[in-house]
Design a protein around this ligand. Sequence first.
Ligand SMILES: CC(C)(COP(=O)(O)OP(=O)(O)OC[C@H]1O[C@@H](n2cnc3c(N)ncnc32)[C@H](O)[C@@H]1OP(=O)(O)O)[C@@H](O)C(=O)NCCC(=O)NCCS
Length: 207
Amino acid sequence: MKRLAILGASGHGKVVAEVALSAGWASVDFYDDAWPGKRRSGKWVISGDTSAFLKDPGRFDGAAVAIGNNAIRMKVIWQLQAAGIELATLVHPSAMISDSARLGAGAVAMAGAVVNADAVVGAGVILNTLCSVDHDCVLGDGVHISPGAHLAGDVRVGEQSWVGIGVSIRQGVTVGRLVTIGAGAAVVCDIADNLTVAGVPAKELIR
Ligand SMILES: CC(C)(COP(=O)(O)OP(=O)(O)OC[C@H]1O[C@@H](n2cnc3c(N)ncnc32)[C@H](O)[C@@H]1OP(=O)(O)O)[C@@H](O)C(=O)NCCC(=O)NCCS
């Protein structure tokens, strides 16, 4: 029986749990640092906080970090990797991942996600519901591609960048690291590190 520990019991965690069960994991147990104040997430019981999980990770066959914030997710992933804990890479049965694409440790592909030929997806990447990542794209560690976002071929997205819901990115574009691309944007040229952009075509959002 394959048991998965999920760290992070938010709404995103519930979706990750359902991906894991659809993908053949027999059971999931949740851990969240909001415990003991928070003890449930929907139908799921939260078993304890991260330290409770770390006391005996050997009870599980793998762990997934289901934290939406890219920086926090990667921090926890690095903590688990340093402790020698196996990170599960989870792919929903309705996702289509090319045989020539690579998914990093701890990446998750939600329902309907498509990753085409020779794409490289880093560690801890979220490929959210119905997104598409086309041929030869390269996504750095900790990237989040939100639901319904579409990346044409040869797009590069730097570490821990967040591509918002429904975004389209033109072929060959390079997005820097720690970039936020607002919901619905159309990205037609390169974006430097650390920027927040939005709109059609996407421009820096000055707040
Ligand atoms: C871009 C974003 C990060 C900005 O958030 P924020 O810093 O809280 O910005 P605010 O909501 O205060 O908006 C600031 C201004 O930008 C505009 N704006 C915000 N998001 C925008 C977007 N996606 N497209 C165009 N304009 C946007 C607002 O209308 C506002 O304009 P105003 O100053 O003229 O009123 C956020 O709006 C966004 O799009 N996040 C992505 C959400 C998402 O993809 N969720 C999926 C989860 S899986």
